[in-house]
Design a protein around this ligand. Structure first.
Ligand SMILES: [Fe+2]
Ligand SMILES: [Fe+2]
Length: 240
């Protein structure tokens, strides 16, 4: 049975119903940004199906496998939260498009190492960056609906990131040494992926949860500088 965070409910508390203060053309643009985010969240659910299988393949501890299993449901909820916000902004029903699952090939890595690279790349790097991105979005958001939705999304990403950090910390020595050689490439790939995130041209829609490309780039930089790199140093120190 799939463990569900809020007993099957979409959010920890109902999303607010306040009227949205924005002209119609802008509402349609903001709706499109939330719908795109929803599609990415749905793909994250597919990625966690892969991560759960990878954790099983490398015989990770059951608690992490359970967390990854719940993450599938978390990401499906995130997708639906984003879609609901998009619908509220658009004032009409909208459906999410599905994005192809295209995991990195990591050519040259053994099968076991590839599982570990997926786990670390998705959880430790991508989800940690997602947390920084959502924090930056929440900091700038003013509209109650956007703030509530961002808070719901953020509350799960920290658990998702933990899977990757725990995996890295407890990796057997030989695997850790292999992983360490790949980490710079994984970090580059994470930065490249986030470089493709669809930010707004400026801060005009930040109050509605859609921050600018410049703000996304700053959040990605800060995640790497202030969380990921110090985290990697801490893992290395804990193992020496
Ligand atoms: Fe998510
Ligand atoms: Fe996540």
């Amino acid at each position: 049975m799939t463990p569900q965070r809020w007993g099957g409910r979409l959010t920890s508390r109902p999303l607010p119903d306040d009227p949205i203060q924005l002209d119609d053309a802008s509402r349609q643009l903001v709706a499109r940004s939330w719908l795109a985010r929803g599609a990415a969240e749905r793909r994250a659910a597919d990625i966690f199906t892969l991560i759960e299988a990878s954790l099983r393949a490398v015989s990770e501890q059951p608690a992490l496998i359970e967390l990854a299993h719940r993450a599938i449901d978390d990401e499906l909820r995130h997708a639906e939260i984003c879609r609901v916000v998009a619908v509220r902004y658009a004032g009409r029903e909208l459906a999410l498009t599905s994005l192809p699952l295209d995991p990195p090939k990591h050519d040259g890595a053994s099968e076991g190492l590839r599982h570990s690279l997926w786990i670390v790349g998705q959880c430790a790097f991508n989800e940690t960056t997602a947390s920084a991105f959502l924090e930056a979005s929440l900091e700038q958001a003013r509209e109650p609906l956007a703030r509530a939705a961002l808070r719901e999304l953020l509350s799960d990403e920290i658990d998702h990131a933990r899977i990757g950090w725990a995996h890295l910390t407890a990796a057997p020595e030989a695997r850790y040494r292999e992983l360490a050689r790949w980490l710079p490439r994984l970090l580059d790939a994470n930065r490249r992926e986030w470089g493709r995130a669809a930010g707004a041209d400026d801060d005009r829609f930040a109050a509605h949860g859609w921050i600018s490309r410049a703000a996304i780039a700053a959040a990605v930089d800060s995640a790497e500088r202030d969380v990921i790199r110090p985290g990697l140093e801490q893992v290395a120190a804990s193992r020496s």
